[in-house]
Design a protein around this ligand. Structure first.
Ligand SMILES: CC(=O)N[C@H]1[C@@H](OP(=O)(O)OP(=O)(O)OC[C@H]2O[C@@H](n3ccc(=O)[nH]c3=O)[C@H](O)[C@@H]2O)O[C@H](CO)[C@@H](O)[C@@H]1O
Ligand SMILES: C=C(OP(=O)(O)O)C(=O)O
Length: 429
């Protein structure tokens, strides 16, 4: 199993290219199930989750080629992939595939809309929380689907097709908003989604669906309206830059000090997080090339932050912020409101010398003047990169184990950081 070895203490200086967003690429790839035409996606990141979803879509009959070839592009960076679902050969998504990646549950919307039936395994819980699917079920029922749970599978049927409807989410859900937007695009009549998620990835998907012929308005606001159409066509669409990767590297620079250009990053995708990072003492400068992050001289200032749906501070940056705050000059408070169990990095950060206590859903971080390298274990995707951030500033050597978590969502992390002067390497095997 691969590990990441870091010797802390180097400042970061240089440029980091920001990859296409994992959380935008996944729903866009799933949208290819909605048409028998080719959907071409540019800027698809080279990540374990993307490779896994390619396998899952293949099970339903989606063929793909990468820049005209079936294999990945040599350099391993974000690439163009063509997806074609000429026929849906299988509307069952089995447990073995769905359990490996939660977002694969989202195939339920397009499969049901296109074929009138879908049998998708319940994804089960995951390290960060129980993550139920009740909102997907209630939302699809509002579009006329008949749904039952059978043997661990959600079995959804709409023999005469889906019909437009109104659904008000009792709680904001990114995944359920993606799924209902896709399903409603092929329903008969109009759909209104209230209290919809407003994340940039929702807007990216709506733009792509509209390019395929859908009629969606209001994406990015609380209320999304979808006029159903009889069929969707192919399109070419670009995956937005990864705002979580952007925020992660900005925090890494805030942690080590230095001067890094985050190439291709879009400040409008993470205003709240950038504000927090500048309150912590880093200088954030949007430019034509991306976002320049610098921190010279002054130390890290403590902050009080609560995670919220977009445009609030993202839960996917909570662990990284905690890594940064371990060395702040004072006490920080970080409250997690999205997932009930997203604090597993606390124990691992403590192994590096961090002083963190938990009070319910709030972590109280007393900044320390020094961290000391140690072997640590990644427990989930964002937790793993919080350990990298801490390791970059810790004295001596930190080894991050279970790097497969990191590979789900960070393209060539060790290469991007070592090019900026970090002493970081992957140890294979
Ligand atoms: C692949 C992807 O894009 N993943 C992101 C997506 O996950 P995901 O789409 O799974 O997250 P949701 O927005 O759905 O979850 C938000 C909250 O709603 C709850 N919930 C959700 C659905 C449901 O049917 N019932 C229910 O109770 C969840 O357990 C959670 O507490 O948004 C999360 C919140 O920004 C991010 O952390 C994830 O990185
Ligand atoms: C939690 C995440 O992903 P997923 O929803 O796929 O678990 C994430 O990207 O941080």
């Amino acid at each position: 199993m691969d590990r990441i070895r870091i010797v802390g203490g180097n400042q970061l200086k240089g440029a980091i290219p920001i990859s296409g967003a994992k959380n935008a690429a996944l729903p866009l790839m799933i949208a290819s199930l909605l048409t028998d035409d080719t959907l071409t996606l540019d800027n698809v990141p080279h990540l374990a989750d993307v490779e896994q979803l390619i396998r899952i879509l293949g099970n339903h009959g989606v063929d793909y080629s990468v820049n005209g070839r079936r294999e990945s592009q040599g350099d391993g960076y974000s690439r163009t992939i063509h997806f074609t679902a000429r026929n849906i050969v299988n509307s069952t998504a089995p447990y073995e595939l769905v359990s490996k990646m939660r977002a694969s549950f989202w195939v339920i919307g397009p499969l049901l809309a296109r074929t009138g039936e879908a049998r998708v395994s319940l994804p089960g819980g995951c390290a960060i929380g129980t993550r139920p699917v009740d909102l997907f079920i209630d939302g699809l029922k509002a579009l006329g689907a008949e749904i039952e749970i059978d043997n661990g599978y959600v079995v959804a049927r709409a023999p005469k097709g889906l019909a437009g409807g109104r659904y008000a989410f009792p709680k904001v859900s990114v995944g359920a908003t993606h799924v209902l937007m896709m399903a409603a695009s092929l329903a008969k009549g109009d759909t209104v989604l209230e209290n919809a998620a407003r994340e940039p990835e929702i807007v990216n998907l709506a733009d792509c669906l509209n390019a395929m012929g859908a009629r969606i308005s209001g994406a990015g606001t609380h209320t999304i309206t979808i006029e159903g159409v009889a069929a969707l066509s192919g399109a070419r669409h670009r995956v937005i830059p990864d705002r979580i990767e952007t925020g992660t590297y900005a925090m890494a620079v805030a942690m080590t000090g230095g001067d890094v250009m985050l190439e291709g990053a879009r400040p409008d995708l993470l205003e709240n997080a950038l504000d927090v990072i500048s309150r912590a003492g880093a200088e954030i400068q949007p430019t034509n090339e991306g976002i320049r992050v610098t921190r010279n001289g002054a130390g890290i200032a403590p902050v009080e932050v609560t995670t919220e749906p977009f445009p609030g501070f993202p839960t996917d940056l909570q662990a990284q912020l905690m890594g940064l705050m371990t060395m702040a000059k004072g006490r920080s408070r970080i409250t997690e409101t999205i997932f009930e169990n997203r604090f597993m990095h606390v124990q691992e950060l403590a192994r590096l010398g961090a002083d963190i206590s938990l009070s319910g859903q709030t972590a109280i971080v007393e900044g320390v003047s020094k961290l000391k390298g140690a072997p640590v274990m990644a427990t989930d995707l964002r937790a793993s990169v919080s350990l990298v951030i801490a390791g970059l500033a810790a004295d001596g050597e930190t080894t991050v184990n279970r790097v497969y978590h990191l590979d789900r969502g960070f393209e060539r992390l060790e290469e991007k950081l070592s090019r900026c002067g970090a002493a970081i390497e992957r140890i294979s095997g």
